[in-house]
Design a protein around this ligand. Structure first.
Ligand SMILES: [Zn+2]
Length: 474
């Protein structure tokens, strides 16, 4: 007897899209077959007529239970809150960061994350390693062991992001350290995530705008500028070319970023770009609204032209993943900072990412269903080393599924959001929205009802396939 059958839906697989039945036994998909060709001896049959059946979403970029810069001991929302909201929105796997602060080693960073997540997540999860500032030789020496142990990804920053006057650890990894790290990444078969901006240009603009008394938050695009993204991406790509390291650029925000990634990929370099659904749907013009700092995520929203370029990269290729930079605070914290130096970046979007990408991408821009799955799930699984356990509807893969009802047309309101007390998506019109989420064979969200298990989420070990780390594989 089968445990679960999803019957009559439009199923999205790498081999095509069709009206197929998906059979589930335990936590795994065991078959995808023509309608009515499998046994009726099934524990539960879900009628998916009229629905899209896609792999559960994978959020590759989230800051969960992370210190909020400039707010003392406050942290962003914890796993139990974010993972629940993510499942409501059709995302079944979350990746956050184990931060190797100065004075601790990688093992301590991983243990800290384990203590935060273990037993506290409704969704599956894993952690990127994050390294700050000048990376000591002994830390670099530990890296291969952790990559081998299933921590396949490392994130760094090429900028301190905020001005020296604000609190927080120095984050910038200089070009020399970047070079050494990239050599190690290449040797270990890992993936390097880079927040890439030119720190000299960023800090120069903080000082200049302060001198000119132009510190209102809507000047952020002048600090975290198109030119800075362009210059920094190209420097990182030059070092990647010398070292052979793969690079995944987080939160691409400017058309120059898309262009630089495209040129590198055309040369056969293993380079990938991520953007954010908040970057695709809002622009720097939104900063001008009352409390418009609510839209801010570092680096910065850019122009309308940039926004359209990001959509082009998502819909037609060039960018590989749609993420959120999840960083969930309360409304009061989010709008407390009002200048270029003290605004709070980040976005509570893990819940809305899949639905907004479907609505804006598929319904309004004609993106194919296979491309929709690539940017919300499959590519993140491949780049972060989870494929084919995650990111694909195929026999042997985890039965992580989201059912989307394309006939839903309405305006999002407060009751659509299951985390914190505000959303920038409140009032956004959508066409198509997730209605059911299945995590490893268990229905966890159905018609707005949540039935997930706290602690039911599993930690995931990861390994990047050489077809991804040696060439542009997706
Ligand atoms: Zn981030």
């Amino acid at each position: 007897m089968l445990d679960l059958m999803i019957r009559g839906g439009q199923v999205v697989t790498p081999w095509g899209v069709g009206d197929w039945d998906v059979a589930v036994q335990g936590e795994k998909i065991v078959a995808v077959a023509a309608p009515g060709t499998m046994t009726d001896d099934v524990g539960r049959i879900v009628d998916a007529t009229g629905k899209i059946v896609a792999p559960g979403g994978i959020e590759p970029h989230a800051h969960i239970a992370a210190p909020i810069m400039g707010h003392g001991d406050l942290t962003t929302a914890p796993p139990e809150q974010v993972s629940r909201a993510a499942l409501f929105g059709g995302t079944t796997t979350l990746l956050d960061f184990a931060i190797q602060y100065p004075g601790i080693d990688i093992n301590q960073a991983v243990q800290e994350r384990t203590s935060v997540w273990q037993g506290n997540s409704y969704a599956d999860y894993s952690h990127h390693l994050m390294m700050l500032g000048a990376i000591p030789g002994n830390i670099l020496g530990q890296l291969n062991e952790f990559v081998t142990d299933g921590f396949a990804t490392v994130k760094i920053f090429t900028t301190n992001i905020r001005p020296p006057t604000s609190q927080g650890e120095p984050r910038m990894v200089g070009t020399g350290h970047l070079h050494d790290l990239m050599e190690q990444i290449q040797r270990s078969g890992a993936m390097l995530l880079v927040h890439s901006e030119d720190d000299d240009m960023v800090q120069h603009m903080y000082r200049k705008l302060t001198e000119e008394e132009r510190t209102e938050w809507w000047n952020m695009p002048l600090v975290h500028s198109n030119e800075s993204e362009d210059v920094s991406f190209r420097r990182v790509l030059r070092v990647a070319e010398w070292t052979g390291s793969p690079v995944y650029f987080v939160h691409v925000s400017a058309r120059q970023g898309v262009q630089a990634i495209g040129e590198a990929r055309a040369k056969g370099m293993p380079v990938y770009g991520e953007t954010l659904h908040n970057y695709c749907c809002f622009s720097a013009e939104n900063y001008r609204e009352e409390n418009g700092m609510k839209y801010h995520t570092y680096p910065s929203l850019k122009s309308e032209e940039d926004r359209l370029s990001l959509w082009d990269g998502i819909v037609n290729g060039g960018l590989s993943t749609m993420a959120t930079d999840e960083y969930c605070t309360t409304w009061d914290v989010k709008i407390a900072g009002r200048t270029i130096s003290d605004v709070t970046g980040g976005h509570n979007g893990a819940e809305t990412r899949v639905g907004i990408t479907y609505s804006e991408g598929v319904s309004k821009r004609g993106m194919t269903l296979q491309r929709f799955v690539d940017v919300t799930s499959a590519n993140a699984a491949k780049i972060m080393g989870l494929y084919p356990r995650k990111g694909v509807i195929a026999p042997g893969s985890d039965a992580d599924l989201v059912l989307i009802d394309p006939s839903i047309k309405r305006r999002l309101t407060g009751s659509d959001f299951h985390i914190t007390d505000y959303s920038i998506w409140d009032g956004f019109d959508i066409e198509g929205w997730p209605v059911m989420t299945i995590l490893r064979g268990k229905v966890v969200v159905e018609n707005g009802e949540f039935s997930g298990t706290l602690g039911g989420g599993q930690f995931l070990r990861r390994k990047v396939d050489p077809g991804i780390s040696n060439k542009p594989g997706c």
